[in-house]
Each structure stands twice: as C-alpha cells, then as structure tokens.
Design a protein around this ligand. Sequence first.
Ligand code: NAI
Length: 245
Amino acid sequence: MEIKDKNVFITGSTRGIGKALAHAFAKAGANIILNGRSQISDEQVAEITAHGVKCIGVSGDIADFDNAASMLAEAEANLGPVHILINNAGITDDKLLIRMKAADFEEVIKINLTGTFNMTQHALKKMMKLREGVIINLASVSGLMGNLGQANYAASKAGVVGFTKSVAREAAARGITVNAIAPGFIETDMTEVLSDKVKEQTVEQIPLKRYGNVEEVAQTALFLAQNQYITGQVINVDGGLVMNG
Ligand code: NAI
C-alpha cells in the first residue's frame, strides 16, 4: 500500500515501540491516530504533526469492546477511514505460573489478545467495505518459544499469532493483508524493568548479541504495510533468537 496520506491507527503509541511506529509512518507521509489509556497531550500530537502530517490523539481502553468501536469512530470522524491498524498496545505481568492469580492471567489476555480482537473486528468491517487495508499485530518471541515467568503473556501472544493467520485468510479476498511482528528483546520501558543479570543472560542467547531498538521494529512494520503480497506471516525482529525452519 502507498503510505502517503493514509490514516494509521496505532494502539498504545504514547511510548516505546508504538511511539516509534508513529514517527516512522508520519515520516513516510501518513496521518497518525495516537492512542493510549490516558489522555494524549498536545505535545505528543505536535511531535507527530512536525513531520507535516495530520495527527489526533484518541485515548481509551482497547480491552473494552465498545470503547474500541468508539475510538475508531472518533478517528474516522476526524480523519476519514482507518487504512492501517497496528495493534501494538500490550502489557506484561510476569510471575511463575504457580504464583499467578487467575486475575493476573486474565488481565494480560484481555488487553493483549481480546484488545487485538476488539480493534481488529471494528476496523476490518470498514476495510472490507473499502476493499483495502493493512493490519499489523505485535506478537512476541515469547508466544513462539515460551518464556519462564510469562505463561500469561506467551499465551496471549501465541493467541495473537493464531488470530493473525485466521484473519489473514478471511480478509485476503478483499485485498487486505494481516501480519504479525514478533519482536525479541527490544530496548523499551517494558524491558527496562528487567534486572542487569537477566539482561546479561538474555543478550548471551541472542546471536546478534544485543537488544534491538524500536526503530528496527518500526522499519519492519513499514515494510509490511507497503508490501501487498505478504499476508498471514509472523516476522521475527529478534537478532536471530528464534530461527524458524
Ligand atoms: P510499552 O509498555 O512501552 O508501551 C505499551 C503501550 O500500550 C503504552 O502506550 C500503554 O499506554 C499502552 N496500553 C497498555 N494497555 C492499554 C490498553 N488497555 N488500551 C490502550 N493502550 C494500552 O510497550 P512496548 O515495549 O513498546 O511494547 C509494544 C508492543 O510490543 C507490546 O504489544 C509488547 O507486548 C510487544 N513486544 C515488546 C517487546 C519488547 O522487548 N519491548 C518484545 C516483544 C513484544
């Protein structure tokens, strides 16, 4: 898809990977809908409009089905239809399974997986009518290989992978592509909380021997949005941590 002048809704784009996605797509000429659970500030919007594109902030909770619908409606009322949806918002709540409360499990599934369903269903209905659209979901290598202390998170991200492939099959006839990006360890607030010991141990396991940066994830999303013949795929951006056969 030609990115210029398209409207891109990026969930959880107040910081981290989402913020980098917003800048990368704005630099490519797209209008941006910033989203987070709390109010989006004028400064956050101004940072994006500095690229010479339109930008609005739409705050709300993706885990709430009706709120997801109203956020997409608000975006459309201001900028027109959403051409590209990036389901980026996600949380972790790490602990060993034997200490995990049912609520800890459910909360992570509700935001990472159900939130992705909520946003995708509402956006896809419109895209199907327009017969164009791109959906990119943020999965994780945890969802592919599992990770100690992340049974809830890994389950949610494995769910996102299955969801992506199923929706890709359903949407393909209308020319809509649906893909996932599975980042490995990326330098963000989410990984900042890891202890130095854990960081050292994880770097040891990464063939490229470093954490990735948010721009490397954003470049991958731009590539996927521009390519019309890739769908139902999971692209790992992980320094070689997971090598699929
Ligand atoms: P982050 O924690 O820095 O940012 C997450 C964003 O999501 C924030 O803007 C937050 O406000 C928003 N958010 C959380 N719950 C929300 C909700 N219910 N409704 C709306 N917005 C909500 O996260 P980071 O590191 O930038 O990660 C982005 C995505 O990439 C996530 O899906 C994460 O699981 C995935 N990922 C990140 C990795 C990393 O190493 N940082 C590795 C693998 C995957």
